[in-house]
Design a protein around this ligand. Structure first.
Ligand SMILES: Nc1nc2c(ncn2[C@@H]2O[C@H](COP(=O)(O)OP(=O)(O)OP(=O)(O)O)[C@@H](O)[C@H]2O)c(=O)[nH]1
Ligand SMILES: [Mg+2]
Length: 203
């Protein structure tokens, strides 16, 4: 893979035939910007702004003591997965006030990776609901934070009410290999869905 950290893959390879748009979604402070930053082979686009007291009234800051900025629009990155396949990653904020933005972000997207935090699993329902409304298939990646509880896969599936076929993985959004594994689980899932005739309407 050409996209290893440190490689200067600025230009798209001429062999690329398929570009796939994927969303990286999740609630406030779950690690979306970190994930897109770890994965992108180009300098990622971030729209970070310093958090203000006003935001503290609507965003749950528990467990985010070192966090000083928040994404106010989106994150964007690119990852060449093979000779012929390139992924465009769009990090979409999960807060309700960004619902309008989702109308544009979901256009043309094939699927989404939902980042979740075991300290606040219930906060993932909002984005999973939005994805279902938009008919977008998704995989779930538990982004592991040091102080977060560790649960069995079955417990997490039950807590998030996941379908048996929905991929569930654990990752560390700061780590390239771990994040790539999570993304590949989503891509493989989308590939199985594309080969199923009844799900073609979603892609
Ligand atoms: N321990 C640990 N910390 C992480 C991980 N991923 C992200 N962080 C930290 O968690 C904080 C929030 O990460 P962000 O990437 O800003 O989260 P976000 O989802 O983009 O946040 P918003 O855009 O504000 O909703 C940052 O301080 C990261 O360094 C992880 O896998 N493990
Ligand atoms: Mg962000």
């Amino acid at each position: 893979m050409d996209s290893a950290p440190g490689s200067e893959a600025v230009y798209l390879r001429s062999s690329v035939q398929t570009a796939v748009k994927l969303l990286v979604v999740g609630h406030f402070a779950v690690g979306k910007t970190t994930f897109v930053g770890s994965m992108s082979e180009i300098r990622p686009l971030h729209t970070e702004e310093v958090m203000t007291q006003a935001g503290a009234l609507v965003d749950d800051l528990a467990g985010t003591k070192d966090k000083t900025t928040t994404t106010v629009a989106m994150d964007f990155g690119r990852l060449t997965l093979s000779e012929s396949l390139v992924l465009y990653l769009f990090g979409a904020p999960g807060q309700e006030r960004f619902t309008q933005l989702w109308q544009d972000m979901t256009r043309g997207a094939l699927g989404a990776l939902v980042l979740a935090d075991t300290r606040r699993l219930e906060q993932s329902f909002g984005v999973m609901g939005l994805l279902e409304e938009h008919g977008l298939p998704y995989a779930v990646a538990i982004n592991h934070f040091d102080e977060a509880p560790v649960y069995d896969e079955a417990e997490i599936r039950e807590a998030l009410d996941l379908l048996p076929e929905t991929p569930l993985v654990t990752c560390d959004a700061r780590d390239y290999t771990s994040s790539a594994t999570a993304l590949i689980s989503l891509v493989e899932y989308l590939q199985t869905r594309i080969s199923e005739p009844h799900s073609l309407e979603h892609v």
